[in-house]
Design a protein around this ligand. Structure first.
Ligand code: NAD
Length: 392
């Protein structure tokens, strides 16, 4: 990450506008820090809240000039499109129900887009964004940030390199405890967006973390889920939104898998884990110990891979910034997604060819495939757990 390909290609940083992620949002801070880490973006415009006054004042609080601290997203998009020094790329981190509207408007105005997951709340909306991306040729980066970890990329590269043989089994789980408490908001007081199916999407747990787990399995294995037999529901009695989902998986190469996600496991923090087993061995990675990737070969003792340690493959090597043994984690992984998207955007804007290894960030097609999976797991559950096609 020593070179700055954006400066090389454009002679300047990309101008970034952010929509959402204002006061109270954890992920907004992460996006802005990730964008800054490798110095490829300059944050010049923002619409940070649905409340116009809070939006303006939060933007000013970030040091955005007063004419570019906008009262809302539409004002940002229109005013920036009209400026000769307007933003190049718009990053969207608002509640799920507004992703489609803002992303579609941004693409129509010629902005490259970075958008948080889930891409949209419905498959139709996701497919619509895929079409707009195809028609415009613009870059669309979806922040499935766990695919930015150096050792997740190492795992992908090892699978591509044949080091585990043909993949036969995939076990992915994303277990959190944030909703283990049994006091949900009272609908009579107005629901926070995540608890409202119109705003949060058809399944709270699937939108929040199910899409991440599914994307991680696809990213590492390069396989697609062909069929699911699932159950979605609430562990906490009386809860009106989903707090768990489980599914048996059949992949397109015949591999079998399990998928388990919940936000109601008391005391668990952010336990995203994956095990991929092939004909030659198994790989295991756990987000809470992100500096260790375990390889269990079929016929040799177990081995660890570490960021930039022996055996590091090129995709992982370009995803670390410091020498082996120095911890890098969540923020750096998030920054890898931003920095790779920046390289692709700068290349597109300058007519250059990006490094092919910069093109592993998730995109609109990944988002649509994620929503297709969400839909299939819900449909299977509603039909009593029957095997359900996840490809259409
Ligand atoms: N990638 C990840 O790991 C990750 C983690 C958390 C959240 N997210 C995603 O980020 C998005 C936001 O989630 P959150 O947890 O930050 O929600 P949140 O409710 O904590 O914060 C949302 C922020 O956006 C602002 N906002 C709301 N509507 C807006 C609008 N129309 N225009 C401008 N600003 C607006 C709010 O004022 C608030 O500051 C969701 O899509 C969620 O799925 C992703």
């Amino acid at each position: 990450m020593a070179d700055n390909p954006v400066i090389k290609m454009l002679g300047r940083r990309l101008r970034l506008g952010v929509i959402g992620g204002g006061p109270g949002s954890f992920i907004g801070e992460m996006h802005r820090s990730a964008a800054r880490l490798d110095d490829r973006y300059e944050l010049v415009a923002a619409a940070l809240s649905s409340d116009p006054e809070r939006s303006r004042s939060a933007g000013a609080g970030l040091g955005i000039s007063s004419d570019r601290a906008y009262p809302n997203a539409v004002a940002l998009l229109q005013a920036e499109a009209a400026r000769s020094d307007g933003v190049d790329v718009v990053s969207i981190m608002t509640p799920n129900d507004s992703h489609h509207e803002y992303a579609a408007a941004a693409l129509d105005l010629g902005f490259d887009v970075i958008c948080d997951k889930p891409i949209t709340n419905t498959l139709d909306e996701a497919i619509d964004l895929v079409k707009r991306v195809e028609q415009t040729g613009l870059i669309f980066c979806l922040t499935h940030n766990y695919t930015g970890y150096s050792l997740v990329r190492q795992a992908k590269a090892m699978v591509e390199d044949g080091q585990v043989g043909e993949v036969r089994l995939v076990q992915v789980e994303y277990v959190q405890g944030g909703k283990a408490g049994e006091n949900d908001p009272d609908p009579a007081d107005g629901l926070p967006w995540r608890y409202d199916p119109v705003r949060g999407g058809p399944s709270l747990v699937m939108g929040d973390i199910g899409t991440h787990a599914h994307n991680l399995a696809r990213f590492i294995t390069g396989l697609e889920v062909a069929q699911v037999a699932g159950e979605v529901g609430a562990i906490v009695p009386g809860r009106l939104v989903d707090d768990f989902a489980g599914a048996l998986l059949r992949f397109d190469n015949g591999a079998r898998g399990t998928f388990w996600v919940t936000q109601a496991a008391a005391g668990v923090e952010n336990a995203l884990r994956i095990r991929v087993s092939g004909t030659r061995g198994s790989l295991e990675w756990h987000q809470e110990q992100p500096m260790r990737l375990l390889l269990n070969p079929l016929d040799r003792p177990a081995e660890w891979r570490t960021p930039n340690g022996p055996g590091t493959l090129p995709l992982a090597a370009r995803s670390t910034r410091i020498v082996a043994g120095h911890p890098e984690a969540f923020l750096e992984a998030f920054a890898n997604i931003y920095s790779d998207a920046a390289e692709a955007i700068a290349a597109r804007r300058s007519g250059n060819i990006p490094d092919p290894l910069a093109l592993y960030f998730p995109n609109a097609v990944d988002g649509a495939i994620g929503l297709r999976f969400v839909q299939a797991v819900i449909s299977s559950s509603q039909a009593g757990g029957v095997w359900t096609d996840a490809t259409t």
